[in-house]
Design a protein around this ligand. Sequence first.
Ligand SMILES: O=C(O)C[C@H](Nc1ncnc2c1ncn2[C@@H]1O[C@H](COP(=O)(O)O)[C@@H](O)[C@H]1O)C(=O)O
Length: 429
Amino acid sequence: MVERYALEPIKSLWSLEAQYKRWLKVELAVVWAYERLGIAPKGTYQQAIKNAYIDVEKILDIEKEVDHDVIAFIKVATSKMGKEASFFHYGLTSSDVVDTANSLALIEATNIIISEMKNLLKLLFEKALQYKKLPSIGRTHGVHAEPTSFGLKFLSWYSELKRDLKRLINAREEISVGKLSGAVGNYAHISPLVEELALSKLSLKPTPVATQVIPRDLHSNLINIFGLIASAIERMAIEIRHLQKTEVLEVQEPFKKTQRGSSAMPHKKNPILCERLTGLSRIIRSYVHTAFENIPLWHERDISHSSVERFMFPDVTTTLHYMIVKAQHLIKNLVVFEDRVKRNIDTTKGLVYSQRVMLKLIEKGLTREEAYKNVQKLALKCWETHSSFKNEIAKSFSHLLSKNEIEELFSPDYYLKNIDAIYKRFEDE
Ligand SMILES: O=C(O)C[C@H](Nc1ncnc2c1ncn2[C@@H]1O[C@H](COP(=O)(O)O)[C@@H](O)[C@H]1O)C(=O)O
């Protein structure tokens, strides 16, 4: 986890102390279940809670000796216990504790991410409404295509992230499992009843079939969705970076009063936040691949996934959380130069209305091929000579099109006529 991109409350979720506390929570839930089922004597659980002990430094010291982190943890956690220690970790294997605790951490991280995603969605929807009627130029292949609603950009981002939110909620449900089924997942030394009861105390369900570990497809699915969310944010960031190019200048990311753009060129305002979001998205996507590498483990498990997850879980959750929080700032404070947005539609002096002109000529009786050829010939001439496409059309087609008809053909508002139908799909928001 890189401190620079880690914000609370996710950051402290991944401290060693928080991890050992989660392990303890799992171990104690099992002691509780043993007592509830009459396997451990009454009072065992209370004694275990009272005497359980965590000291991060001590655990790390013992780990140096035994070279096994869970054993080091158990030694310290039970070091001040009496008889109740005999029910601590009874019938469990290390990964029962580690994997169940990992689910708890991932659920907590996902809850925080979901809540910040909802804030971002709200901001995107507000901007979508604000700029719904602002005509702008739509670009395909980077080339001016046809006018469209500027607000539709925000609505498109909103719609994508809303899909991701739904996926994330499903993935959270899927990862809400633990496993307390012992060394090879067959309940040889612990009853499924103990598992069910202990997990219910942690608001988890048993993994239907586990090996020594919870199957990693569940974690991969979650991280895959994190990758989708990061990519959605990157799509926004890239759009803003393009729109902030000097030649375009339709938007500008927030720039603080005290901020400086360049050490060399005092005039500069650079889209550094969007560029950072683009870079961080690459990091998160790289973990999607890494997560999938953890699925095929040997037999009932090997531990090759463990080192990966020590990076991956903290990195991916803190970084994505950071990205979402910063994206909120970006969208909320985005500067939109509305005049420039409108003006840019005319950069090509009317060429962006070519399809509409062609369709009108077809209505007037030309074949599609004739209309296309004629319009393209004039359009290509305009590209070369920078002359007005509207004037060229007026000159060439005055016998077919009236002045009013030509004016009407070159109006950006025409292109917004069905935008309401798209927005209507979100009227319950
Ligand atoms: O309950 C058990 O422990 C059963 C045992 N499997 C293990 N299960 C869980 N942890 C184990 C296992 N084995 C080792 N370790 C310890 O895990 C740590 C792995 O370190 P790293 O690769 O750096 O993430 C590192 O601390 C390792 O010592 C088995 O033999 O099947």
